[in-house]
Design a protein around this ligand. Structure first.
Ligand code: NI
Length: 227
């Protein structure tokens, strides 16, 4: 399930990110890629252990924690400390699947990557090309958000970043180990949660149908969640 969360960061927060990133030292993105994806990857990255990554990562983690849509769609158990990348003209990331397990040098722990996330730090009009293209059973989905927008998608998906042909594309990227490993189950819980929200609006919180659906939601989560 692909979910776009507009304005996860507000304009002040994205401006702060850009200001810090523009005076940060960047390295070849292949430093964090596996052997196979290193061949596909042509971009720049902030080193994982850079203090700038940690400072900006905190802003993002805090915003994720208060986003009801993110929490409902991702069911996060733990979030990989956010990383930052940049695509200048001619840069791209060819089709690949993200590694299943990632070790964070800063957190000192392993993460199973269930959900992949891209947080756009440029407006879509700032550059040409650079679309994030995600493949699933329904075909290909092109995503190009504005600064502050977050997209999350199953880490099982093949995906790529199209070549940037004008301007620069700035973003943060990270992974989520979810309490609900299976994407189909996460999608079902998310859709049920959305429907319960609509039912609460229409019927009120004390309506027996609302109470029953809410009980089923929590009982499914109890059945499937690993914490
Ligand atoms: Ni990737």
């Amino acid at each position: 399930m692909l979910v776009l969360i507009p304005r996860l960061l507000d304009p002040d927060q994205t401006a702060r990110c850009r200001e810090v990133l523009e005076r940060t030292a960047w390295v070849d993105g292949r430093t964090t890629a596996g052997a196979q994806s290193a061949l596909a990857k042509h971009n720049l990255q902030v080193p994982e252990t850079a203090p700038e990554a940690r400072e900006l990562g905190e802003i993002i983690l805090q915003a994720l924690g208060v986003s009801e849509t993110f929490v409902s769609a991702a069911q996060p158990l733990k979030v990989f400390p956010p990383l930052f990348n940049r695509y200048d003209e001619g840069m791209r990331f060819d089709p690949h699947v993200d590694n299943a397990i990632r070790f964070s040098k800063t957190a000192g722990v392993r993460y199973r990557t269930d959900v992949s996330a891209t947080l756009f730090l440029s407006d879509g009009s700032d550059y040409d090309g650079g679309e994030l293209v995600i493949q699933d059973a329904y075909g290909e989905h092109q995503v190009k958000g504005d600064a502050g927008d977050l997209v999350i998608y199953p880490s099982t998906s093949l995906h790529r970043v199209e070549p940037v042909t004008r301007g620069r594309r700035w973003a943060s990227f990270f992974w989520i180990q979810s309490m609900v490993r299976d994407d189909g189950r996460r999608a079902l819980l998310y859709e049920l949660d959305m429907s319960i929200g609509q039912a609460r609006q229409a019927l009120g919180d004390r309506d027996p149908a609302v109470l029953g659906l809410t009980a089923s939601y929590h009982n499914l989560l109890r059945m499937w969640a690993e914490v």
